[in-house]
Write a protein that binds this ligand. Structure first.
Ligand SMILES: [Zn+2]
Length: 719
């Protein structure tokens, strides 16, 4: 994706995807009713250090006029480039494009941050109104034939232009983005493509709505209190409330989006467990209005047709052209290579569970609806850890200073100093200036850690200003999380999961902070989906690295280090149930790729048979491990932008585990290792082919072995 498109997706992890339904927002008149002029805080670049956003001056009403004027301005800039009478050159075309849209970027970066982290109904409405405008803005640029003709001319002559490596990469990058968007098509084919795109987006929205209704209508309900044995009083109260809201008697167990339902871990009544599981599994397959199977059959078909129109054998091949994996075959092989180790371990876990069922004289064979219930018992027996025992060792500020910052200082020599002089949008937000080992300024890093009810769920990283030597900008990055805010005067004690989230988001942060490139389109975290989680997941490893862990995991009152026995339990618990977890992810990733490698002639009648067959072929049809998402409720791939991309989570994991193994093999936490990783990986953005970049750094292609070892699945692979 290019910089323009990325305006929508600066966020990672929890908040990556902007609702697909947005394109169907009401066509409310937008207009630039408020005049856009010097009084608007986005009118000129910020004069604050690092061009930080003047949050004390920005009012909700400033966004819309600035964004509308920003789009208008960029279209004018693009028109000037497209209609330049001079022959196309790298400078008068691509560099000029890189310099365009500054106002739009300024306003959209702040708007995206605020609508994710501190929104309100007015801003939410504005988001819906702007989404189709912004999509049309993209099209106006990428389907501009004159502009593409210039890009193409430069692309064809690129090797004779004497360009440096990064500039050459920019040429290839732009050409690829235009082609991917359909710029090479004839006018007639462009019309066809547009039609398919429209149908795809309408079907995606319809899928989303049907699924939402299906999950609501299909939720398990009962009037028999005995059916709910095992649930706590507060859980039952919430379920009774859910029933009241639906004007039903008894209790309703709201359905989660995954196949497995967390409530299955506590329900002692096996018949209820089965009913809850089946409600989830069949939620969108009742042959009623909420049945999604016809939609997915058509979506798979039209995506295959779209790919054929664009000259690719299948949709996955088209989607993966600008990803690190590059081809659907590589992604599919990756998924299927992991399958034997994952399923072998799931089988071992199943036998532990079966032993427990037998010991309790259950008299049945483990089924998917039993898994959560018994695995929770196995977990308790094997690694009983009480969260309340751990939390006193994880005080937020100590974790930040003595864990997250400490590891980054050890590895990269960087330092952090809090700045109280810069405006923030909410009083809990804090700002740090990051300086390099020798004291030069590197970036601003903000964090907004506490949960609020006007913040999206999950955790993410956001860039307010991207690094670029061309534009003379240094990075301004944000980490946003949803930790529970302590009562006034109380310490912020967090879970170990929260600790790893801090390291994770800071890893994205470092990818932005260390960026050292010329062109904004290739800067920082603007890399493909199957690479973007690599720096963040890699940084998570330092949370449990012994010297780092023992530096921050100290009791908030006594300052004493976490007892070794407790730390060992915590470490061990990380590998629990990994066979199951990996198998269900692989099954979902495999389904995604198989749906998106169908030929354009596909006309599927029976989506269930296709699904069963696909899992069989991949040796992932395991009775007690259903896919994490079934095709008929796989929102990621049908409507949320992860089509042919669900494998990316695991792909990034392979990279980060392999990279951590490299560190272990080369002396671990050292400045030399850190500086090398920074120079060859973290600072490079998307200025080089990522396969090459990784190879050059590691000295080998990434291997799945370290991932299997870390997930506790290693010994099965050696065979
Ligand atoms: Zn992430």
């Amino acid at each position: 994706m290019n910089r323009l498109q990325r305006i929508f997706t600066y966020c990672f992890c929890g908040a990556l995807i902007v609702g697909a339904g947005m394109l169907h927002a009401q066509g409310m008149p937008v207009g630039t009713s408020e005049p856009f002029g010097p009084a608007n805080p986005f009118y000129t670049a910020s004069t604050l250090p690092f061009h930080a956003a003047p949050f004390d001056k920005i009012k909700d009403g400033d966004y819309q006029p600035a964004i509308m004027a920003g789009m208008e301005q960029q279209i004018k800039e693009m028109d000037v480039i497209a209609n330049d009478p001079a022959a196309p050159t790298f400078d008068n075309t691509l560099v000029a494009m890189e310099r365009s849209g500054l106002l739009l970027t300024r306003a959209m970066s702040a708007f995206n941050l605020i609508t994710g982290a501190n929104t309100n109904p007015g801003l939410q409405h504005l988001q819906e109104v702007l989404a189709p405008r912004l999509a049309a803005h993209q099209d106006a640029i990428f389907l501009n034939a004159k502009l593409f003709a210039r890009v193409k001319t430069i692309y064809e002559k690129r090797s004779s232009l004497g360009l440096d490596a990064e500039s050459l990469r920019l040429v290839e990058y732009y050409y690829q983005q235009f082609v991917k968007a359909g710029a090479n098509l004839s006018d007639a084919d462009k019309v066809k493509l547009k039609k398919l795109n429209e149908e795809e987006s309408a079907l995606g929205a319809s899928f989303t709505n049907k699924l939402l209704a299906a999950a609501k209508a299909g939720a398990y309900s009962t009037t028999d209190p005995a059916a709910l044995a095992g649930l706590s009083e507060s859980e039952k109260a919430a379920d009774a409330e859910a029933a009241r809201e639906r004007k039903q008697q008894g209790w309703v167990l709201a359905m989660q989006n995954t196949t497995q339902q967390p409530v299955l871990a506590s329900l002692t009544n096996r018949a209820t467990r089965r009913a809850v599981f089946e409600a989830s599994w069949k939620r969108a397959e009742h042959g009623d209005d909420n049945d999604t199977r016809a939609i997915i059959a058509r979506l798979a078909q039209l995506r295959a047709q779209k790919a054929a129109l664009l000259g690719y054998p299948n949709f996955a091949s088209w989607m993966l052209t600008d990803q690190m994996a590059k081809t659907a075959d590589v992604a599919l092989r990756f998924v299927e290579t992991l399958a034997p180790a994952a399923t072998a371990n799931a089988a071992r876990e199943a036998s532990d569970i079966q032993a427990l069922i037998d010991a309790q004289k259950g008299g049945f064979t483990v089924q998917p609806w039993d898994w959560e219930f018994y695995s929770e018992q196995v977990r308790k027996a094997k690694y009983d850890i009480d969260e309340s025992q751990l939390k006193p060792y994880f005080e937020l500020n100590t974790v930040l200073q003595d864990g997250v910052f400490y590891a980054a200082h050890k590895l990269y020599g960087i330092n952090f100093k809090e700045r109280k002089d810069l405006p923030v949008y909410q009083p809990d937000v804090r700002v740090f200036e990051v300086t390099d080992a020798e004291g030069s300024p590197l970036a601003l890093w903000y964090f907004d850690y506490y949960k609020r009810d006007n913040k999206n769920g999950g955790a993410w990283m956001d860039s307010l200003v991207g690094q670029s030597r061309l534009l003379g900008t240094l990075p301004v990055v944000f980490n946003v999380c949803n930790f529970t805010k302590p009562a006034p005067g109380q310490p912020a004690l967090i879970s170990y999961e929260d600790v790893t989230t801090m390291f994770h988001e800071f890893g994205h942060g470092l990818h932005g902070i260390f960026s050292s490139v010329n062109y904004p389109s290739l800067s920082g975290t603007q890399v493909p989906r199957d690479f973007v989680e690599f720096p963040s997941q890699f940084n998570e490893h330092w949370a449990s690295e012994p010297t780092v862990f023992s530096h921050y995991a100290k009791h908030y009152q006594t300052g004493k280090l976490m007892p070794a026995e407790l730390a060992a339990k915590l470490e061990k618990a990380q590998t629990f149930n990994q066979g199951y977890k990996l198998t269900e992810l692989l099954a979902a990733a495999d389904l995604d790729l198989r749906w998106h490698t169908l030929p354009a002639t596909t006309d599927l009648k029976d989506t269930d048979a296709f699904e069963a067959d696909a899992l069989q072929k991949a040796k992932l049809a395991i009775a007690y491990v259903p896919p994490r998402y079934r095709s008929s409720y796989f929102l990621h791939i049908w409507a949320n932008g992860y089509s042919a991309g669900y494998y990316a989570y695991l792909w990034s994991e392979m990279l980060d585990d392999d990279a951590y193994q490299w560190f272990e093999d080369h002396g671990g936490l050292t400045r030399a290792n850190g500086d090398r990783f920074r120079r060859m990986v973290l600072s490079r953005g998307y200025t080089e082919d990522l396969q090459k970049l990784y190879f050059n750094w590691a000295g080998h292609d990434p291997s799945i072995e370290p991932m299997l070892k870390i997930r506790g699945l290693k010994e099965k692979v050696a065979k």
